[in-house]
Design a protein around this ligand. Sequence first.
Ligand SMILES: NC(=O)c1ccc[n+]([C@@H]2O[C@H](COP(=O)([O-])OP(=O)(O)OC[C@H]3O[C@@H](n4cnc5c(N)ncnc54)[C@H](OP(=O)(O)O)[C@@H]3O)[C@@H](O)[C@H]2O)c1
Length: 252
Amino acid sequence: MPVLENRAAIVTGASRGIGKAIAAAFAREGAAVVICGRKLDTLQQAASEIAGTVLPVACHVGRKEDIQRLVEITNREFGKVDILVNNAATNIAQEPVLQVDETKFDKMVEINLKSAFRLIQAVAPGMCERGSGSIINIVSISGLRPQYQGMLYSMTKAALIMMTKSYAQELGPKGIRVNAIAPGLIQTALSEYYWNDSARLEHTLEKQPIRHLGQPEEIAEMALLLAGEGASYITGQTMVVDGGRMNPIDFL
Ligand SMILES: NC(=O)c1ccc[n+]([C@@H]2O[C@H](COP(=O)([O-])OP(=O)(O)OC[C@H]3O[C@@H](n4cnc5c(N)ncnc54)[C@H](OP(=O)(O)O)[C@@H]3O)[C@@H](O)[C@H]2O)c1
């Protein structure tokens, strides 16, 4: 039997990259999946490339009214939300700390952090009523140690890790598991700078125990595990999926 049969899921930021791979894995395992992003045409294209039940809904996760609409549509179409994946994020402030301004600070918090809070607040009451649910926040190894010239990105991901633990503690007794996945370098549009130059990539992979460039599907497999009953005893955790990058080969 498919492991997510009869489940309804929301995956944010799923028109490409990691979110799209997660949506495809969930749909493959029987879930009805609502995918969101800002642009309906790219979402429709993504949905057409995924086998299974996939509903594209345009939603800017930084906007409260868009989030309400996303949850309303999911409830109307599929009757519930069993699985929520907070995946959409941005990195608009890749610069020295002293150049970071307040506008970027607020925007990064709004999109990378507050969106997850708003979505969890919107779907968790229904999960509590049914006594089950799985929430997965996509963070980053940059939330475990600072990304050079990426303070806002690291800061929002670190805060999301703590949000994950806090929700896990309070919602666990109600049957809801809340976990995070911290990817290392994965080949997507977001991380293009780090892999599109072969010399830079080679330098990055030199110290990584698993030598290949991570693929979105390798994150999706972890999301699938956390979404299903195979992870029934796991909550509050941050699963690092990074090819060993946080445990580098270092000959001193
Ligand atoms: N790639 C990596 O190496 C890496 C490493 C660690 C963590 N991560 C994390 O993994 C997650 C996915 O990243 P990715 O690499 O797959 O990125 P990506 O390829 O750039 O995809 C981002 C997705 O999010 C959507 N999105 C962006 N801003 C949005 C907004 N305001 N509202 C709704 N949707 C929005 C995009 O669609 P639209 O542009 O159409 O809105 C797109 O579907 C992020 O949380 C990221 O921080 C990635």
